[in-house]
Design a protein around this ligand. Structure first.
Ligand code: NAI
Length: 480
């Protein structure tokens, strides 16, 4: 029986390994992590991450050929294939701070693999890493390995949070990069055979290591660029009276462009897009390519611009002050169907409104009060000028309440900001919400989930990203 061990039981390691275990009953899969609470949660009925369909997959194989454990060394020592799916955040201090990937977790995992291994292993980079990381990993492994043979593969993950299970069941492609030596090709083949249990062969792409590593950064950069492109258009739409949804539709009908990922919003979030683009920017700078670096930087600048112009729009519409006014925040996760709040635009929007002394009442169906408090008070880094941004102070946190219902969040509020596109927000009883709000009542839709015309008929003043502006908003121009 082939044994797989995955180091890192996070958003990627957990679901990916659960699907491998489900699709390959002949393979034993152990997912290990240094975090005790995470492993305890994976072994309980309350999994540590929310992902539609995940519970079902885990229940089918946990205890059979899928195991979650903190005994990292034992499982690594026993494995034939070791996936490394640890976090690779942006460095917050030292050389490359604010841009470069922090490979501390990766390096310590690699050193541990070298320490505990007694047999040959295939080590798979599942985490998103800078191009050429495999070379560094190889050095760590071979210099510490007591003659054991390691083959390094790059197998970046393309799943999207919120749709991780369908993405893993039916991936657009699986990418495997390896050394172009007989041993390297053999290792690529071994990993290909794992995926071939359920992925059609023509969808498994095999390349060299560097192409695979760079393809993941490139894919995320392209995806984020689409969002920033449509968001840039949304600002122009508001200025000219065009409707961004019409523009997206017309543009997306071009088969060379395609319709997906063209929704304007308050901005992209999630743990990957910004981090991976900054990483790409850093690599370009290190390789003497400042023009290329600046090109990709602009994608993040537009994202920052989109969040700050949303805050400016809220404040300027409400007579240029939100001080002491209650604002209901509907949604905090970075997108629907996940409880993940890493880099969610809601953090920047809430911080911006708190600076203007708003009273926030926050509701998200999947994010806990504890998590939101942590996010608002967390030290944030300004990627462009490596300085620490002032977190929300404990005193300012008194301006925030947490509720478990959208109606409660909007009760007596002056305005509502929709920051996550949860399906339940589409079917809210807006008449009821309007009746219980202060007047004039505002809706600022950062995800274009409501029909502005219907809400205007009820009496709301509505701001929808990239849509023709309400007369009220035209009369209260924002500094954008
Ligand atoms: P995560 O933060 O949810 O999980 C990483 C886990 O690794 C944590 O539970 C941590 O305790 C554990 N860990 C760190 N060092 C360890 C060590 N030495 N030994 C054992 N466990 C260790 O991160 P996530 O979101 O799963 O991301 C992992 C990688 O996958 C990152 O490089 C990310 O860029 C990439 N990725 C993430 C995607 C996403 O949607 N979240 C999608 C595709 C790639």
């Amino acid at each position: 029986m082939v044994k797989i061990c995955c180091i890192g039981a996070g958003y990627v390691g957990g679901p990916t390994m659960a699907v491998i275990a489900l699709k390959c009953p002949s393979i034993e899969v152990a997912v290990v992590d240094i975090s005790n609470p995470r492993i305890t949660a994976w072994n309980s009925d309350q999994l540590p991450i929310y992902e539609p369909g995940l519970d079902d997959v885990v229940k089918q194989c946990r205890g059979k050929n899928l195991f979650f454990s903190t005994d990292v060394e034992k499982h690594v020592a026993e494995a034939d294939i070791v996936f490394v799916s640890v976090n690779t955040p942006t460095k917050s201090q030292g050389l490359g701070a604010g841009k470069a990937a922090d490979l501390t977790y990766w390096e310590s995992a690699a050193r541990m693999i070298a320490d505990v291994s007694k047999s040959a292993k295939i080590v798979v980079e599942k985490s998103t890493v800078p191009v050429k990381t495999a070379e560094a990993i190889e050095k760590i492994l071979t210099h510490n390995s007591k003659g054991i043979e390691f083959q390094i593969l790059s197998n970046p993950e393309f799943l999207a949070e919120g749709t991780a299970i369908p993405d893993l069941f039916n991936p657009d492609r699986v990418l495997i990069g390896g050394r172009e030596t007989p041993e390297g090709l053999k290792a690529v083949q071994a990993l290909k055979e794992v995926y071939a249990h359920w992925v059609p062969e023509e969808q498994i792409i095999c390349t060299n290591l560097w192409s695979a590593e760079l393809s993941k950064l490139a894919a995320n950069a392209f995806l984020a660029q689409r969002i920033s492109s449509v968001n840039a258009m949304s600002a122009l739409c508001e200025a000219t009276g065009a409707d961004v949804s019409h523009v997206s539709h017309a543009v997306g009908k071009d088969t060379r462009i395609g319709p997906k990922f063209l929704n304007a919003s308050v901005g992209f979030g999630g743990s990957c897009f910004q981090k991976d683009i900054l990483n790409l920017v850093y690599i370009c700078e290190c390789n003497g390519l400042p023009e290329v670096a600046n090109y990709w930087k602009q994608v993040i600048k537009i994202n920052d611009y989109q969040k700050s112009r949303f805050v400016n729009r809220v404040v300027s519409s409400m007579f240029n002050t939100v001080s002491g006014k209650k604002i209901g925040i509907l949604g905090f996760a970075f997108k629907k169907d996940t409880g993940d709040t890493r880099e969610t635009p809601a953090i920047d929007v809430c911080r911006g409104l708190l600076v203007d002394r708003a009273q926030l009442s926050i509701y998200d169906p999947q994010v806990s009060q504890d998590q939101i408090q942590k996010d608002l008070t967390m030290v944030k880094f300004d990627w462009e000028h490596p300085v620490i941004l002032k977190p929300v102070s404990p005193t300012a946190l008194k301006q925030v309440t947490f509720v478990w219902d959208a109606y409660e969040a909007s009760k007596d509020a002056h305005g509502i900001c929709i920051l996550t596109e949860w399906d339940e927000f589409k079917t809210l009883d807006f008449q009821r919400i309007y009746d219980n709000m202060q007047k004039p009542a505002f809706v600022f839709d950062g995800r274009n989930v409501v029909d502005p015309k219907k809400l205007q008929q009820i009496g709301f003043i509505v701001y929808s990203i990239g849509k023709p502006l309400d007369q009220w908003l035209k009369d209260m121009p924002a500094v954008v």
